[in-house]
Design a binder for this molecule. Structure first.
Ligand code: ZN
Ligand code: ZN
Length: 806
């Protein structure tokens, strides 16, 4: 056995193992092995943002601890890594950086700008994932913008279309006028804003009806007036007509039990579309749709003299004119919930448009049923997916009017309009670039491309199957469903949900068997981490000071799984000090084992049985915690054992024996060899580098600790009597040592005599451990007297007292 060096540059050591692991390929998934059980991790491909912050660090620590643990449990672990490249954020950034709009340059040029941009960001993230010691199988790396990946996404589009799970239709959708694209419900952020509400007259044959609205600008698109059928103020008007102020169109007055008679005046205008309630009313009463705005949110000719203005400006001008004309009878401020674009914060408009949709509402029962059946860590997160799925009103709008995304693989016949979908062998394809050479059923030979692209969630919601090797690897189902989908609590409604509907629709099977949820990382002050609050910490600040193993301990132990955890430098420092402690203890062990000859085992002494029994309990507790993804307790249990039981007590108590000779020494040596091996394995998933260095130095230079077997719990080594007795002995040793120290005596100096007073129940224990006590404390004569007495009492056992004579 080799001895660890006294000084170790932990940072260099970590980078050495990261290179070494990659060279040895120990993290590669074995696609051909059918002897080991498979554990497949659905690593969410992150959206490269140019930063790897502590929230990312927390996620990847969870993924990696799980991966390493399962490998040690004998699983063939698939830990892939991809990058989710497409999407609005990059387009918006490129537009800003280059001072252009997407339509100012040809689409392929714009696409290349985006690709270059994202590539530098991937670099930053990948470097960080490696630097934190993630055991990713890099042979699986992919980018969702690669043709190979787009082929799979387009293929799934064709298959879902065949199954009638994808359709094109004219439906109301959320629209961002700045980004000029449809967006899904999941991308609308809801915020409460201060707005104004105006009371406005509508004219009926014999008078007027007042309505209250926050958006008079929608008057030109008003198609009806709704009142509650039981509202006596208005029941005589139902079936009649009302004339809209300023714009003059006549609209029917209809009975609608969705109208809240207590809100405003109790009469509501129905417009296309002020909000989602309008959408419901229009469908229910079969009302016409008036197009008020275009894709950029500009008012259309129906808005009369306001046409050509952006919607907000139009509202201001109209309200001003109405005030002057006495058409605003009342106005006041109120708080209202508004929907904003998740990317640019522009208020969302509801418009109807011809778009591609995936049927998701019809899958809701299946989603709920599946969510109930699979495992959630922690269990209470399950409800979030169920609530989200059951709260949705609309199918998933898939198409986006953007550039940097997977194109919809379709053309239309120029003469009859029929859809000509791409065929699987034609994929990947961008219809805007590749013309189709075909003859339509109508005889037409000219086709126009579909210019839409897909929601980027459509790229990233098929990873469970794609990681598994679908559609090309014949045995892809061995890796599918994913054993675990790890994710943040903030993206359950998107990631966990879209994965679920997508795989259910395609394969009629769950996407994943379990979900592992991490919370958010807060600043050290407990507030949301943000650059403006000055509490923002990112990995480039942490790695050069503390490397990976110390902050990994913070991530694993900072809070229970699924809860938000603050980033605390103190926790990282504690992890760093723990590493020093572990290092020194293992170095000492190595030195004391230089002359160890296992030969025939010897009878362990009481404290040997004591530590081994405590070790067994630690193995059991840590294993149970690891099994339930409770990384906090797995880390705390093991660190506590190593630091406060093994180092503070056992090593101290065994030192004298280890410096001596005979069976007592041998018993301590065999105990050390056994205990250190197991305790570093328990830490291996959490602190992979330092445990590897210790393992290869002391146990096996040729094979990694990370492919060794996780320690088994050996009940035959649990010895309750030894633990009880040992606890008393350890307490006596600790307190007598403290007293010795208090008296100003060097710890190595011997004491003439110590007299311990203890009631019978403890006296027996102390007698059994008398040799350990004498040896450890260098006591020439130890006397154990029954009964009470002594100058000092033990802290944890006040019934036991002692007197020291120097
Ligand atoms: Zn937007
Ligand atoms: Zn045709």
């Amino acid at each position: 056995m080799n001895v660890l060096p006294r000084r170790m540059d932990f940072l260099q050591m970590e980078e050495k193992w990261q290179r070494h692991w990659e060279e040895e390929g120990i993290h590669r998934y074995d696609w051909d092995d059918d002897t080991k059980p498979v554990y497949s991790i659905d690593t969410p491909p992150p959206y490269p943002s140019g930063d790897f912050h502590m929230g990312n660090f927390l996620n990847w620590t969870y993924f990696d601890v799980r991966a390493r643990y399962m490998r040690m449990r004998g699983y063939n672990v698939l830990f892939p890594q991809g990058w989710d490249c497409h999407g609005l954020p990059t387009e918006v950034r490129v537009e800003k950086a280059k001072g252009i709009r997407k339509s100012d340059v040809p689409p392929d040029v714009f696409r290349r700008m985006c690709e270059e941009w994202i590539e530098q960001y991937i670099d930053v993230m990948k470097t960080a994932v490696i630097r934190m010691g993630c055991s990713v199988d890099w042979t699986t790396e992919y980018r969702t913008m690669e043709p190979e990946y787009m082929r799979k996404i387009q293929l799934s589009f064709l298959l879902l279309y065949e199954k009638d799970m994808i359709y094109k239709g004219e439906h109301p959708i959320n629209w961002c006028p700045r980004c000029e694209t449809a967006i899904a419900d999941a991308e609308v952020e809801h915020e409460t804003k201060r707005g104004r509400i105006y009371t406005i007259p509508f004219y009926t044959g014999d008078g007027e009806v007042l309505i209250a609205t926050t958006r008079p600008v929608y008057l030109p698109a008003c198609v009806a007036l709704g009142v509650h059928p039981a509202d006596e103020r208005y029941s005589h008007l139902i079936g009649g007509k009302a004339r809209v102020p300023v714009f003059g169109q006549e609209v029917p007055i209809i009975a609608n039990d969705e109208v809240d008679p207590t809100f405003g005046t109790g009469a509501m205008m129905i417009c296309t579309y002020g909000d989602k309630a309008d959408v419901v009313a229009v469908a229910r009463f079969n009302l016409p749709v008036v197009k008020l705005i275009d894709g950029r949110g500009i008012l259309q000719p129906v808005a009369d003299k306001y046409a050509g203005m952006p919607i907000a400006e139009g509202q201001e001008a109209l309200v001003e004119d109405m005030r002057e004309a006495g058409l605003i009878r009342e106005e006041h401020e109120l708080d209202q919930e508004v929907g904003l674009c998740w990317r640019c914060d522009t208020p969302i408009e509801v418009v109807t448009a011809r778009q591609w949709f995936m049927r998701t509402i019809s899958l809701t029962d299946k989603v709920v049923e599946t969510a109930k059946r699979i495992t959630w860590y922690p269990d209470w997160m399950r409800q979030r997916l169920i609530d989200w799925a059951t709260g949705l009103d609309w199918d998933w709008v898939l198409s986006r009017q953007r550039v940097f995304a997977t194109p919809v693989p379709a053309w239309y016949c120029k003469s009859c309009g029929r859809i000509r979908l791409a065929r699987p062998e034609e994929l990947p394809v961008d219809p805007k670039v590749t013309a189709i050479d075909d003859v339509c059923e109508c005889g037409g030979t000219e086709f126009v491309p579909d210019t839409d692209v897909m929601d980027t969630w459509f790229d990233s919601s098929l990873t469970c199957a794609i990681h598994a090797g679908w559609p090309d690897k014949p045995n892809w189902r061995r890796q599918f469903p994913a054993s675990v989908h790890p994710s943040g609590q903030d993206i359950i409604r998107t990631w966990a949900y879209y994965l679920m509907v997508r795989h259910l629709a395609l394969f009629d099977e769950t996407a994943y068997d379990s979900v592992l949820i991490n919370g958010m990382v807060l600043g050290g002050d407990g507030r949301k981490m943000s650059k403006s609050l000055g509490n923002y910490v990112s990995t480039p600040e942490v790695f050069p000071k503390y490397g990976a193993d110390a902050p990994r301990q913070w991530a694993a132990a900072g809070g229970s799984t699924g809860t938000d955890i603050p980033f605390r430098w103190e926790d990282v420092e504690y992890g760093w000090r723990f590493m020093r402690k572990l290092w020194n203890a293992c170095r000492f062990t190595g030195m004391r084992l230089q002359d160890y000859d296992p030969g025939e085992g010897v009878e362990p002494r009481l404290l040997d049985r004591w530590i081994v029994s405590k070790l067994q309990r630690t193995v059991k507790k840590a294993t149970e915690a690891m099994e339930s993804c409770d990384f906090m307790n797995a880390t705390e249990t093991t660190r506590n054992f190593i630091w406060h039981i093994f180092c503070d007590h056992y090593l101290e108590a065994a030192k004298t024996r280890l410096y001596g000779d005979g069976d007592g020494k041998k018993a301590a040596q065999q105990t050390l060899l056994y205990t250190v091996e197991r305790m570093i394995k328990l830490m291996a998933p959490i602190t992979p580098h330092i445990t590897e260095e210790i393992w290869r130095t002391m146990y096996d230079p040729d094979a990694s600790i990370h492919v060794s077997a996780w320690p088994g719990y050996d009940e035959s080594m649990v010895d309750e009597d030894a633990e009880k007795t040992g606890d008393v002995i350890i307490a006596a040793i600790g307190d007598i040592r403290r007293e010795k120290n208090r008296m100003g005596v060097s710890l190595n100096a011997s004491m003439k005599s110590v007299r311990l007073y203890a009631p019978d129940e403890y006296a027996e224990a102390l007698r059994l451990g008398s040799t350990d006590i004498e040896d450890t404390l260098k006591i020439e004569s130890l006397e154990i007297a029954a009964g009470v007495g002594g100058d000092v009492n033990l802290e944890d056992y006040p019934e036991i007292g002692f007197t020291v004579t120097l």
